[in-house]
Design a protein around this ligand. Structure first.
Ligand code: GDP
Length: 341
């Protein structure tokens, strides 16, 4: 039986990946900062909570990493742990670097000692290209991060490359463009929107307040992206891959699609922080803008070119934008009706 260790197993991607690996007959170990029962909620949602063997793991503590790898001796390691909010990284740059970059160095070093044959996946991010020009971004684009988050992910990717080229580690970075699901945290704009659209349609919330709704992202479905992670570790040799859909939508498009799912059509009026989204049906203002949710630096558009992943891994995203928005709003409607968060 193959063994996998997923760091950050309680997050969105950790839960989908654990479910996928368990379905394929893997023994799945998970690591996260705390193993308190309340953090099993994503695994519970996917009915994977009983089968994941979870332990406390702090990537910034080299001995903690060494211990878990020595004990579990995984064939595959998926590093999904990290400080995942771009917005928060402006407030906590040191913490972000410590977990997202130095933590990865700890993991690569510990794996070299404890399980040198293990194949390693590192979750890198499109944010390393946030300052790049327009057009679809592939692996050869010159990185240009504009946030502490992007910087930390770029440094981690450099460590992965170093260990691969200089030390012979089977280590790959998946340069993941935004990927969402009903398990996305409510701090991310997609889930903030899906939850608000559901709550407003149930009469539980008056309106939704957002920041820069003209920002565009290449939004894929997390359930599809974890399959790409697995495929990367099935190859004969390690490499880095952009994982994206190749299509982009604005935050405003996401809002339109989410409200449309609940039967609302929005008319947009005004510009900048004065822009509002008005219900065509009731005339009520359902969406407002506040400077509070703008970032010190924000990338206008990020679109990936998943050509290499398609050619080499045979991977392609299966879930379209509107289908994914529908899945998210539907899940939030169910949760709210059941009185859950
Ligand atoms: P990110 O791409 O990893 O930073 O994912 P987010 O979901 O946090 O943000 C995606 C985009 O939505 C960014 O360009 C944000 O500036 C924009 N955005 C607009 N309003 C909001 C908001 O209220 N919350 C968040 N998190 N992002 C917002």
């Amino acid at each position: 039986m193959k063994k996998a260790l997923i760091t950050g197993v309680f997050g969105q991607d950790g839960a989908y990946l654990a479910k996928s690996l368990l379905r394929s007959g893997y023994r799945v170990f998970g690591g996260d900062l705390s193993v308190s029962r309340k953090f099993f909620v994503n695994l519970e949602y996917l009915k994977a909570d009983k089968d994941v063997e979870a332990s406390r793991l702090d990537l910034t503590d080299q001995s903690s990493v060494q211990r878990i790898l020595g004990r579990t001796k995984p064939d595959e390691i998926y590093n999904l742990a990290g400080q995942s909010s771009v917005g928060l990284s402006f407030k906590k740059p040191g913490l972000t670097k410590s977990i997202n970059a130095l933590g990865v160095r700890n993991l690569l070093t510990a794996a070299e000692r404890a399980c040198p044959e293990a194949k390693i996946f590192q979750a890198s991010s499109a944010e390393i290209y946030a300052g790049a020009g327009k057009g679809k971004i592939g692996e050869s684009e010159i990185p240009n991060p504009i946030s502490p988050y992007g910087e930390s992910k770029l440094l981690a990717q450099k460590y992965v490359e170093l260990f691969r080229k200089e030390r012979g580690s089977f280590a790959c970075s998946g340069i993941l463009f935004n990927h969402e699901s009903p398990l996305r945290g409510t701090g991310f704009v997609t889930r903030k929107i899906s939850r608000a659209a559901a709550a407003i349609s149930l009469g539980l919330q008056e309106n939704l307040v957002l920041g820069n709704i003209s920002a565009k992202r290449d939004w894929g479905y997390a359930g599809d992206y974890v399959e790409a992670m697995r495929l990367m570790l099935c190859q004969d040799s390690p490499s880095d891959y952009v994982i994206a859909t190749g299509k982009s939508n604005s935050v405003r498009d996401f809002v339109d699609a989410a409200f449309a799912y609940t039967g609302e059509k929005l008319d947009w009026k005004g510009r900048g922080v004065k822009e509002i989204g008005v219900s065509r049906r009731s005339g009520k203002i359902l969406v407002k803008i506040s400077a509070e949710f703008y970032r010190p630096a924000d990338t206008g558009a990020l679109i990936g070119n998943p050509g290499k992943a398609k050619r080499t891994l045979g991977w392609a995203p299966e879930t379209g934008f509107e289908e994914m928005v529908g899945l998210m709003v539907e899940a939030d409607l169910k949760r709210l009706k059941a009185g859950k968060k």
